[in-house]
Design a protein. Structure first.
Ligand code: ATP
Ligand code: MG
Length: 197
């Protein structure tokens, strides 16, 4: 491609992009869903949260399932004045093997989530592994959808989980599917600090 053709293409591309940008004028918080079997959902959520924190925004995290206790992100943010971090769940069902305990933990986490969804001081809420609660029927999806819809106008909500409940997808503004094409684990690589947790 000649320099001239390249320039002409870029000029028309810029016009298209500028027109799209001019159309997006609404200012409000968004609901972001990060789903799929690939690696990168929670780390994307916490990466976006780091962005918000960098801009001085107040954030809260609820981990509906407690994975590893001391993840790097937890260590980084737990004492941060702009971040409230709540680890509510106990572990994956196949680890806890106690349904009643899991349901109690889910409900306790939901009480907290509902409070945060009414609290205008929070600019961003990250509900890590929330979708799992619906898959295992620990929580009803409708009250969650209703509370998210009624949240403060500028509040952003990020939900992660491998599978997403459809009513939650219906109200989402952004949905990203993280696809699993390959994972080091299947090549025999052990989970490591700073990558997996
Ligand atoms: P991450 O926290 O790295 O962004 P994730 O949130 O997308 O991962 P989860 O489904 O929450 O993934 O899985 C939790 C753990 O399993 C993480 O330590 C993650 O690195 C690892 N993991 C994610 N996807 C895969 C996969 N396809 N195979 C094996 N391990 C995975
Ligand atoms: Mg995750």
């Amino acid at each position: 491609m000649t320099d001239k053709t390249h320039k002409a293409r870029m000029v028309s591309k810029k016009a298209v992009m500028d027109a799209k940008i001019a159309k997006a004028t609404e200012e409000r918080g968004v609901v972001i869903l990060l789903k799929g079997n690939g690696k990168g959902k929670s780390s994307s959520a916490f990466g976006t949260m780091a962005r918000s924190v960098g801009h001085g925004k107040k954030c809260a995290v609820i981990q509906f399932i407690k994975g590893r206790t001391e993840t790097g992100e937890f260590k980084l943010f737990k004492d941060h004045p702009l971040v409230d971090w709540h680890v509510m769940g106990h572990g994956f069902t196949w680890e806890t093997q106690d349904k009643a305990q899991d349901i109690a933990a889910a409900q306790k986490a939901w009480v907290l989530a509902e409070e945060l969804l009414q609290d205008e001081r929070f600019d961003m809420l990250v509900f890590d592994e929330l979708s799992y609660m619906f898959k295992y029927e620990y929580l009803d999806v409708q009250p969650v959808v209703d509370a998210i819809k009624k949240r403060p106008k500028m509040q952003n909500v990020i939900v992660t989980g491998r599978t997403m409940a459809l009513p939650l997808q219906d109200i989402a503004d952004t949905i990203s599917l993280v696809q699993d094409e390959r994972h080091a684990f299947r090549l025999g690589v052990k989970a490591q600090k700073g990558i997996e947790y």
